[in-house]
Write a protein that binds this ligand. Structure first.
Ligand code: NAP
Ligand code: ZN
Ligand code: ZN
Length: 358
């Protein structure tokens, strides 16, 4: 018998979903809404696997709505547009990142900061205006309001889908906090999906980059391939001590619990520790912040305009994520490997060639 997920909307779709906190994904028939007058429907070609997909699949933040169809780094080809759509036409390559909705009226939306809109609708695990759950790009078909559709630059490979979350999530704070200039010393904690793109963007901006990693074996690649200037192993106290007080800002992408004190010590007075990574809880040492006039701030993805700007910038400067392209039936293995940090540096699912609805 068809489930309500299959019939709640008119357009048949097929995805891979986690059904419980084991996080194990399996094929699931569901449905997408009909293309409204401002909507763009597209066939999914590639979808990146962000660590947030893993946190959500395993309910590590609490509040996962099962079944969960992950995927918020989605690239595809337009198959249908609504009568009022102006941004794209059928056949265009497009992307959808973290957001599929926001109020478009509040101060944040007016300032192109939709990812801070209190009424934002995330591409997965959120509820749309009609109350139905949002399902991501581990699926054959996507539909979104054109406002949340990104135009994919012609000269950017389609498997660079990770720019849509990992890319913008670091590009946005690097710019907003003035870490996008020559002469600025930027630290990057965690050389994973977001971390390796942080190094690439920061180096392109001309900053001096120090990677702070738990994995000594990533040093060669960080320096020789990605162009980092320094590499610190976070549990090597001598190295950490020698670098104390040298950084203007740190982008912290670590996905699991870790101590903030050694990172705060790396900052110059008035330096900023920018939290991107999303372990559920981190302990904040207060006195080192007071004494150094330092701050800790969190950031979330980025707005639509800056995401479009970031895509153009990445295309122009050839800032491409290092990806391992996989078929959809490898996704459970990929999630396992992501959990162990065994990926260089982002899995991208070749949805277009491996997920076929019958
Ligand atoms: P990822 O590819 O798994 O990379 C995370 C990196 O964190 C790992 O490669 C590892 O780097 C480091 N790490 C892992 N465990 C650690 C530990 N216990 N202590 C210190 N470092 C550790 O993940 P990602 O996709 O880049 O995402 C990173 C985090 O950002 C996740 O928590 C994700 O949910 C979050 N995120 C947030 C936003 C946002 O809007 N704020 C957007 C996307 C993702 P080393 O081996 O170099 O130590
Ligand atoms: Zn993400
Ligand atoms: Zn808003």
């Amino acid at each position: 018998m068809a489930t309500s997920l299959e019939t709640q909307h008119p357009i048949k779709a097929l995805g891979w979903a986690a059904k419980d906190s084991s996080g194990v994904l399996a094929p699931l028939k569901f449905s997408r809404r009909a293309t409204g007058e401002h909507d763009v429907q597209f066939r999914v070609l590639y979808c990146g696997i962000c660590h947030s997909d893993l946190h959500l699949a395993k309910n590590e933040w609490g509040g996962t709505i099962y079944p969960l169809i992950p995927g918020h780094e989605i690239v595809g080809e337009v198959t249908e547009i609504g009568s009022k759509v102006k941004k794209v036409k059928i056949g265009d390559k497009v992307g959808v990142g973290c957001l599929v909705g926001s109020c478009r009226q509040c101060e944040e939306c007016a300032n192109n900061q939709e990812s801070y809109c209190p009424k934002q609708i995330i591409s997965i695990n959120s509820r749309y205006y009609d109350g139905t759950v949002t399902y991501g790009g581990f699926s054959n078909l996507m539909v979104a309001d054109e406002y949340f559709i990104l135009r994919w630059p012609d000269n950017l490979p389609l498997n660079c889908a990770p720019l849509l979350c990992a890319g913008i999530t670091t590009y946005s704070p690097l710019k907003r906090f003035g870490l996008d200039k020559p002469g600025v010393n930027v630290g990057v904690v965690g050389l994973g999906g977001i971390g390796h793109l942080t190094v690439k963007f920061a180096k392109t901006f001309g900053s001096r980059v120090t990677v702070i990693s738990t994995s000594a074996n990533k040093k060669k690649e960080a320096i020789e391939t990605f162009g980092a200037d320094e590499f610190l192993v976070s549990h090597d106290q001598e190295q950490m001590q020698a670098a104390a007080g040298t950084l203007d800002g740190i982008i912290d992408t670590a996905s699991a619990n870790h101590s903030l004190l050694p990172l705060i010590n790396l900052l110059k007075p008035h330096g900023k520790l920018i939290l991107i990574g999303a372990p559920q809880k981190l302990e904040v040492p207060v006195f080192p912040l007071l004494q150094g006039g330092k701050c800790i701030v969190g950031t979330a993805c980025g707005g639509l305009k800056e995401t479009q700007d970031m895509l153009e910038f990445a295309a122009e400067h050839k800032i491409l994520p290092d990806v391992e392209v996989i078929p959809i039936d490898y996704v459970n293995k990929a999630m396992e490997r992501l959990e162990k940090g065994d990926v260089e540096y982002r899995f991208v699912i070749d949805v277009g060639n491996s997920l076929k609805a019958e």
